[in-house]
Design a binder for this molecule. Sequence first.
Ligand code: SDX
Length: 427
Amino acid sequence: MDTVTLTDNRSGKSFDAAIKYPKGGTPAMDIADLHKEFELYSFDPSLGNTVSCESKVTHLNAKEGKLYHRGYPIEELAQEKNYLEVCYLLLTGELPDTQQYGEFDDLIRKRYFLHEKLNRLFSAFPDDSHPMSTLSSAVAALTSFYHNFIEIHGSTDFDVNEYYVMAQRIIGKIPTIAAQAYRQSVGLPSIYPDMDRYFTENFLYMLRAYPNNEPEIKDIEIKALDTIFTLHADHGQNASTTAVRVVCSTGAHPYAAISAGISALWGPKHGGANEAVINQLKAIGSVDNVEKYIRKAKDKNDPFRLMGFGHRVYKNYDPRAKILKKILEEIKTEIEIDNKLLEIAYKIEEIALSDEYFISRNLYPNVDFYSGIILTALKIPLNMFTPIFVIGRSVGWVAQWFELRSEENMKITRPRQLYMGDVNKHL
Ligand code: SDX
């Protein structure tokens, strides 16, 4: 067994930490006995150097900028499979055959609808509520409607079929909740899902339809949005997935864990970046202003950051951003693109990728840099960009939740701290 020898130079005491080798990516040294051996903890505040779990769902190759789901490259999945096929793959570990796909699609369609009492939740929110706040609340509320379907007291002997039912509910209902949240926020009449429509078409239908009015939905729009859902399906132990796993580790209900993921994703450093990119491109306003904003992004004294640029893991071009750029080129012949925003984005990329500041820090466009321009072309409202990310990512959260929940001795997540506060005070 390969090991790393750790020595505490204060005492000269050493211990050998075993090296655990993954099937893909960087090995890790097992420091589970660190405290027992040295009475020391490891200090890694944002956990960027810490492996929190073993997983078989998704692998990111940081150096080469590659992404794999259950071993398949994202480029092949995005090109050859639809989002529901990728959902089946993430949940079960295998791609569905024709019959399995048909059954899965049918089960998801049957779960598009919300309990009528849940529909009343939306009218309780102020009209200018951000759909992300309604979305996280409504998903947590699912716990009240389906509380008795998953053993929530930590036992591992829950029926795996209940897991698949929970997964179908999350995948099938989140688009309906997201669409209802939006329609409510702008005073549009409610539109029920249409079970005769495929997942992605149904979502566009719920966003665009009016009672007794058939909206225009182009095939190329369905394909573009479906690929966006696939590109957002899962991404290893990112911040929102870590939030889901932490809530899962306490034995709380799975819908509560998914709701925690939604809240974590909302931040502009994470999934909220897609909305922030569009606001930033609009604020830059012209290609002539790009140089000025690049300077601001490089200035340590300026809080301005290039949204859609950089990544906690990829130190190369985000493979999803490459696919999104390709989609932009494919749809521009049939769908009107905001060329002014696109020109600004292309100019930012052109300048940044030849600038020492970005090159030395391995800062490249990430998944959020181009997705917003496509969503704008699909006439998706800006405040629905991050809910779109939620719809895509929901299956990844469920797959990761199940992976942890299935562990024999699932332990509650409980990191330590360095206490730096006052001591020895008395009343
Ligand atoms: C997602 O983890 C995932 O997998 C997330 C995600 C997923 O699918 O779940 O991929 C989705 O969240 C993508 C990221 C979306 N966020 C943004 O686009 C926001 C803009 N990006 C930055 O906020 C930033 O790049 C982060 C948050 C993404 C990463 O931040 P880090 O970890 O601090 O980046 P780093 O350690 O690599 O930074 C190195 C240097 C620092 O400068 P120095 O201290 O070395 O001088 O690069 C600088 C940073 O200040 N830097 C930037 C920058 N991002 C990092 N400088 C200018 N503009 C930026 N965008």
